[in-house]
Design a protein around this ligand. Structure first.
Ligand code: SUG
Length: 385
């Protein structure tokens, strides 16, 4: 049997709001706001506990070391740990903030994962994201590769690749720009969503697009995917300019379910049609939210599309949405009438992850989903669900 395990990131003690992410409206708005790392960690743990109690296999990725003294030393700060931090704080507060960021909590950006049912060599493949569009996130990549290698150990069932070369042509943000459609125990459709083609002028006007087509193509090759079941889709530039800096701010999938904003992809009707045609044996349940019902601005402010959609052991489907969705009357009503009463999902659960949300990370950002066969799950070191 195959099941999806959710690996959540754990918030570190230096969680803070430094306004580091261009194009992420929450990060900009909350710059210099007071953070509460303890509350942040407890919120993340409470979400994991509730999902584990609901029967969802749940795992935790260990936090990364922060402040990142090794990176500060690479940038020329020397002496004892205290001297390194003091110098950086006084002379380069931006570098200090970057090396204190607890951004590794957003595990959806850790890697792009291909389950063994989708790969040509029947191994589970991981490509850790280089996250090079922002310095404070790029320092996660090598640690992420090491953590994943420690978790998979020397089992031949897994392969952890190196992150893509750290140049703009291969800018990669991990699973936040990737969808897998299909049942966990059947070959699925792997959808890679890119913001820009590195060989063309930037398609956006206000904010930079983070993910490149070239990165997506490289990951599809590395992860040994069958090209018949891979699609490369461009994110709508207007969505990025409205603050959807990752595709998971406007679309979320689970098995055959897809919840997607009308303004998620370029040429969206053809894209949705291609999803259906490429997976003919598995009828898809696609719910497209119209902009007149929920404008992009509301989608970005409430993070409805950053909900988790989860299949529970009793066969029902759960939508795990951030409390900001419930606080918005239009979104609350939409969820109840159009998603629950209509039968798209069986029920909705509200989670409070405000500390993460204030930096632009909702429930789905906090987890890396990994579909594992029973034997693969047993082979993972330290993971017992
Ligand atoms: O990369 N925020 C993260 C949020 C990532 C959310 N992840 C997904 N959508 N999957 C980012 O923009 C803000 C840090 C600061 O400003 O202190 C930050 O890095």
């Amino acid at each position: 049997m195959s099941r999806e395990v959710n690996f959540d990131g754990l918030v570190g003690p230096t969680h803070n709001y430094a306004g580091l992410s261009v194009g992420n409206l929450a990060s900009g708005r909350n710059r210099s706001a007071e953070s509460n790392p303890r509350a942040a960690a407890l919120e993340g743990l409470a979400k994991m506990k509730r999902l584990a109690d609901a029967g969802v296999p749940q795992a935790v990725l260990p936090p990364q070391r922060r402040p990142d003294l090794a990176t500060l030393r690479r940038l020329g700060f020397a002496g004892s740990p205290q001297q390194v931090l003091d110098q950086a704080w006084k002379t380069a507060p931006d570098l200090f903030a970057a090396c204190c960021s607890a951004s590794a909590m957003w595990a959806a950006n850790a890697a792009t994962v291909a389950p063994s049912i989708d790969t040509l060599d029947q191994r589970v493949h991981f490509t850790p994201a280089n996250l090079l569009s922002h310095f404070h996130r790029s320092i996660e990549a090598d640690h992420t590769a090491n953590r994943l290698r420690a978790i998979v150990g020397d089992s031949p069932s897994f392969i952890v690749h190196d992150p893509l070369p750290p140049v703009a042509a291969f800018a990669d943000e991990g699973a936040a720009n990737h969808l897998r459609l299909g049942a966990p125990d059947q070959p699925g459709l792997q959808v890679f969503v890119y913001g820009r083609d590195h060989h063309l002028p930037s398609p956006t006007r206000t904010f930079p697009a983070r993910q490149t087509l070239q990165a997506c193509q490289a990951i599809a090759r590395l992860n040994a995917l069958d090209s018949d079941r891979v699609l490369f889709v461009q994110q709508l530039p207007d969505a990025i300019d409205a603050g959807a800096f990752h595709n998971d701010v406007v679309a979320v999938s689970n098995h055959q379910h897809l919840l997607v904003h009308e303004q998620a992809f370029v040429d969206q009707p053809a894209v949705l049609d291609a999803f259906r045609r490429r997976l003919p044996q598995q009828p898809l349940k696609i719910h497209e939210v119209k902009a007149r019902d929920i404008p992009l601005e509301t989608a970005v402010n409430t993070y409805l599309f950053n909900s988790q959609i989860l299949s529970l052991p009793d066969g029902t489907t759960l939508l795990v949405m951030p409390v900001e969705c419930e606080e918005n009357p239009a979104v609350r009503q939409y969820v109840q009438q159009q998603l629950v009463d209509s039968g798209f999902v069986d029920r909705a659960m509200v989670v409070d992850v405000r500390q993460s949300m204030r930096n632009g990370g909702g429930p789905a950002c906090l987890r890396l989903r990994i579909i594992l066969k029973d034997a693969e799950q047993l082979a993972l070191r330290g993971v017992r669900c």
